[in-house]
Design a protein around this ligand. Structure first.
Ligand SMILES: C[S@@+](CC[C@H](N)C(=O)[O-])C[C@H]1O[C@@H](n2cnc3c(N)ncnc32)[C@H](O)[C@@H]1O
Length: 315
């Protein structure tokens, strides 16, 4: 079968939003070639399992390739997609060069295209994300393996925002907690929470594709099968009490989530937020503090920020 490949040159900041636009328009898959990932590959042996060929990357920014079945009439859906991408600038997202090209490709060239960028990644002292199709032997006794097939959902573990989230979870979880994962994508943060001995984990995503993919990924990890995965808009209508709320979503969306995160958190609970581009750091910190959160830690990887905020309640 033939497929149409849309290649868009954009910025790291716009990757998630643009990928969502393509998927919502009917793309069967997207692959992302981010120059920043290339620059962030550690050269100290920590990332020894990365296999990245610089020749595959654009010189600047990110190339997103979206694959549409040839049965979709692109000229009909293209103007609306282009318009939605332009609208991202009104949310403060830099859309980079925004250069779009279209070509015809065969299925075999894309169905596995992204797999070549995706290998086991040791994201922290204890956590290693391993693609479901790869064999991997633990390097030390305490290493926890998270098996993943990200499919079309975001969250291979390799994106800086996901790695920051995973490292923050490792920092706050000691065992026995109730965790809510908002915007679960592939489910990677929920699987990690269970691997770090959380007692109950609830995963939510607005996107049905992500919900399906997260459920499939729970089944790849015996210890994560009891994670509850459901479609939900942020924490709307959720009345659980949690020790930790984790959300790796764009800053604009985190702003809408802060009051509900405070509401569901138990006293001394943690709100772990990632997905915050560096320019938005001050705005998010101010909103967290205005809500009453105490800022426990702030971490940065490339242009991305993660914050660990604590609901400290005086007696
Ligand atoms: C950057 S991805 C994070 C995926 C994964 N948690 C990770 O850390 O790699 C953000 C996810 O949030 C979801 N999302 C966006 N807006 C949302 C909303 N209002 N409610 C729930 N999920 C949402 C998206 O569908 C996407 O799967």
């Amino acid at each position: 079968m033939k497929w149409m490949e849309i290649k868009l040159l954009t910025s790291s900041m716009a990757v998630e939003a643009v990928s969502n636009i393509f998927i919502e328009a009917g793309a069967s898959g997207v692959s992302i070639e981010d120059k920043m990932d290339l620059e962030n590959v550690p050269d100290d042996g920590f990332g020894e399992i990365w296999e990245i060929d610089p020749a595959d990357y654009v010189a600047e920014g990110v190339a997103i390739k979206a694959y549409f079945p040839e049965t979709i009439f692109l000229p009909e859906i293209l103007p609306a997609m282009k318009q939605r991408i332009l609208t991202l600038t009104t949310f403060g997202l830099d859309i980079g060069k925004n250069e779009l090209t279209i070509s015809e490709v065969s299925e075999s060239s894309w169905a596995t295209a992204w797999k070549k960028y995706y290998h086991p990644v040791k994201v922290s002292r204890f956590l290693t994300v391993v693609p479901s199709w790869e064999d991997y032997t633990k390097k030390h006794e305490d290493e926890r393996i998270l098996k993943l097939d990200p499919g079309m959902a975001f969250g291979t573990g390799t994106h800086p925002t996901t790695r920051l989230s995973l490292q923050a979870l490792e920092m706050v979880l000691t065992g026995g907690e109730t965790v809510i994962d908002v915007g679960t994508g592939s489910g990677v943060l929920s699987i990690a929470s269970k691997a770090l001995n959380a007692a109950q984990v609830y995963a939510y995503d607005l996107d049905e594709v992500a919900v399906r993919s997260a459920k499939e990924n729970m089944n790849l990890n015996a210890f994560a099968q009891d994670v509850s995965v459901a479609a939900n808009d942020l924490l709307n209508g959720i009345t659980l009490e949690a020790d930790v709320v984790v959300a790796n979503i764009l800053a604009e969306i985190i702003l809408k989530l802060i009051a509900d995160a405070w509401r569901v958190l138990k006293p001394n609970g943690y709100f772990v937020t990632s997905g915050i581009i560096v320019d938005k750091k001050a705005e998010i910190l101010a909103a967290l503090i205005a809500q009453g959160f105490q800022i426990d830690q702030v971490h940065q990887m490339g242009d991305w920020i993660a914050i660990i905020a604590k609901k400290v309640v005086e007696d």
